[in-house]
Design a protein around this ligand. Structure first.
Ligand SMILES: Nc1ncnc2c1ncn2[C@@H]1O[C@H](COP(=O)(O)OP(=O)(O)OP(=O)(O)O)[C@@H](O)[C@H]1O
Ligand SMILES: Cc1cn([C@H]2C[C@H](O)[C@@H](COP(=O)(O)O)O2)c(=O)[nH]c1=O
Length: 206
């Protein structure tokens, strides 16, 4: 059985940057790595980007043309395909799977939208539990600085409020799910990578 590592965090926390660095680090040590993400590039992921994320990140704030429940179900459907077609087979063939977001994103974001946390956990019960979840944590002010060019000015305050709630939710989830380890994402890219490597080395030694 392979190893399953997930990166989580608010928008602009540095997940995709760190996922690529971790992939290289593992490959240098002869691990076969599959780097993947959610929402996926499959038809379900594309549907989510069309229905839920239309207009970029602003679409998810005020543009959801579907209910939050339907949104959560779409993310879960995308994830079910992701687990079945990619994650499970890769783990069964002994690979390391790194996923940029997983069901913790649904818990943190869809909870922030007012859905019931226990319902969200139940909905995602099919999802294989990762060996390690790296929560890249940083203040929203810093993440917004990093992705400022992506935001529409009129939506800025709403985005900040949502991201603050999402950050709080992630920190609460870290108290409940022992596989979540908090990484200080305020450090520079190398510093964050070093923290991640220390946690992954610890996992590989087990
Ligand atoms: N530790 C860091 N310090 C400063 N800038 C960073 C750091 N890590 C990443 N960045 C920069 O911040 C921006 C967002 O990074 P990245 O795309 O990796 O974040 P993300 O968490 O994957 O974002 P999203 O969830 O919105 O896709 C990029 O321009 C990246 O180069
Ligand atoms: C998996 C998942 C994602 N989201 C949100 C989180 C982000 O705002 C976007 C995805 O953007 P990215 O730049 O590709 O990271 O979707 C969500 O609300 N629920 C989920 O389950």
């Amino acid at each position: 059985m392979g190893i399953f590592i997930v990166l989580e965090g608010i928008d602009g926390a540095g997940k995709s940057t760190q996922a690529k660095l971790l992939k290289l680090w593992l490959e240098e040590r002869d691990y076969e790595v599959v780097l993947t993400k959610e929402p996926t590039d499959t038809p379900f992921g594309k549907l989510i980007r069309k229905l839920v994320l239309t207009g970029g990140r602003e679409g998810i704030i005020d543009g959801a043309k579907i209910s939050h429940e339907a949104e959560a179900l779409l993310f879960a459907a995308d994830r079910a395909e992701h687990v079945d077609k990619l994650i499970k087979p890769a783990l069964e063939s002994g690979k390391v799977v790194i996923s940029d977001r997983y069901f913790y994103s649904s818990l943190a974001y869809q909870w922030a939208r007012g859905l019931d946390l226990e319902w969200l956990i139940d909905l995602n019960r099919f999802a294989i539990k990762p060996d390690l979840v790296l929560l890249l944590d940083l203040p929203v002010k810093e993440s917004m600085k990093r992705i400022r060019t992506r935001s529409i000015k009129s939506e800025f305050d709403k985005i900040v409020e949502l991201q603050k709630k999402v950050r709080e939710n992630y920190l609460k989830l870290a108290e409940r799910f022992p596989e979540i380890k908090i990484v200080n994402a305020m450090e520079d890219i190398d510093g964050v990578h070093r923290q991640i490597v220390a946690l992954v080395e610890n996992l590989l030694e087990k």
